[in-house]
Design a protein around this ligand. Structure first.
Ligand code: ATP
Ligand code: MG
Length: 400
């Protein structure tokens, strides 16, 4: 008896008509990438479900550990294989049912018997296994219609297969099914959460971070690398583009009055992002902005920032409360990284009283005295690009 496969049920993609096969292919690639460091893993994607196999117990544990993070999966079940004898099957049934919550739960056994050579008929198999399970777990009650726990048994040529546990998947759509967008990733709490929401809708991410040495140090950068690594755990690799931003930021501070430097700095970020977006073939920019949180996140401010680009700017957190954002950050494991105390490039240059209602004409007026174009080009050209997850990089390349 061994648990050497997992059955995966697809999420929303089952309703997507003729896109279905490309969605399934995408999910298969993402699952493959998630386990690309585990040599024993085999994947078989069918129309209605996917199987992940491994004969290595350790690798199987990793599968169960990582699978809940992969988008596009509704639920999954570990499948236990046993020899084709009643004794072995009963023992396997106990092992499988022992893993599920049984308190006040109803139960049934359903048997499929594609192996017609097996010497017992369905009712005999159901009876033998069912009564054995009920004797071992008297807390279960029998119920034929909609039981809480269903032990599924399939008798095939080579073995019997059983499952009962149904583990919820991450839901959403397979990453990549919804195109690709450029996430502006700061070291803060909000932007990684914004990225997570878009990943869940199937959007693949490129990441861009603005870095201002010596005003921000390597430990601030380390934070962003760790966040990027976290974001790469949802079934798709990501590239992080680190933009040297010091010169642009200093130029902004020379040219525009203190109370609108924030707006102008954000506009420079957008302009840089737009060029990186074109080079990396992204279709939108994503930010972690949330209305009213800080001075730069009023509608007037967003309007003035947005005026430098025609690219769609997606703001998945715009109407969310900070506490809800924090809760998600905790769930996805980015919170602990985000609250590490290092300054990001904006905190340092933050004026004491930024305008909450900056006038677009005024910002444009002050920016007009110099051409920022060369500095923007230079920042884009001198960027450093790092791929995540770092450990699996080589294998991922080989598999795609
Ligand atoms: P966050 O928690 O994401 O930092 P915030 O509430 O601190 O957000 P701001 O600092 O005003 O808000 O930033 C708004 C958005 O601008 C961020 O969510 C992020 O998308 C982008 N941003 C800010 N600073 C940077 C940076 N240094 N590099 C990349 N993007 C940034
Ligand atoms: Mg911030």
């Amino acid at each position: 008896m061994k648990t050497n496969q997992v059955l995966v049920r697809y999420g929303e993609l089952s309703t997507k008509g003729k896109n279905r096969s490309s969605f399934i292919g995408r999910l298969r690639d993402n699952v493959r990438q998630t386990f690309s460091d585990l040599e024993s893993i085999r994947i078989k994607a069918e129309r209605d479900r996917m199987f992940i196999y491994s004969d290595e117990e350790k690798d199987m544990e990793k599968v169960l550990e990582r699978l809940p993070l992969v988008f596009g999966i509704q639920s999954f079940s570990p499948v236990t294989q046993s020899e084709l004898t009643f004794d072995a099957m009963k023992q396997a049934a106990i092992a499988v049912v022992s893993k599920v919550d049984r308190q006040n739960k109803s139960f049934k056994v359903s048997v499929k018997r594609p192996n017609k050579a097996f010497p017992y008929e369905k009712p005999e198999i159901t009876q033998a296994i069912g009564s054995h399970v009920l004797r071992s777990f008297p807390e279960l009650t029998v119920q034929m219609k909609h039981p809480d726990v269903e032990l599924k048994v399939e008798i095939r040529e080579e073995a019997a297969y059983m499952m009962a546990e149904v583990i919820p998947g991450a839901g959403g759509l397979p990453v990549g099914a919804g195109g690709k967008a450029l996430l502006m990733l700061s070291g803060g709490i909000d932007s990684p959460v914004a990225g997570y929401h878009m990943l869940k809708r199937g959007v693949r991410l490129e990441l861009i971070h603005f870095f201002s040495p010596p005003f921000t140090n390597d430990r601030a950068k380390e934070k962003v690398l760790d966040l990027a690594d976290k974001l790469s755990q949802f079934g798709s690799s990501v590239n992080l583009h680190i933009i040297p931003f010091t010169k642009l930021q200093q130029e902004v501070h020379k040219q525009v009055p203190d109370n609108i430097t924030m707006t102008s700095t954000r506009r420079m970020m957008m302009r840089v992002a737009d060029l990186v977006l074109a080079e990396t073939k992204c279709q939108a920019i994503i930010t972690g902005e949330s209305l009213g949180q800080v001075a730069s996140q009023t509608l007037e401010s967003l309007h003035a920032i947005n005026a430098v680009t025609n690219t769609p700017v997606l703001r998945p957190l715009i109407a969310m409360d900070k506490l809800d954002i924090i809760e998600t950050a905790q769930q996805i494991g980015t919170y602990e990284i985000s609250i590490r105390p290092f300054e990001d490039c904006c905190t340092i240059f933050t004026p004491s009283s930024p305008k909450t209602k900056p006038k677009l004409e005024k910002v444009e007026y002050y920016e007009k005295f110099v051409s920022f174009d060369d500095l923007i080009q230079e920042a884009v050209q001198e960027r450093e690009t790092i791929k995540f997850p770092r450990v699996q990089e080589a294998k991922f390349e080989g598999l795609l």
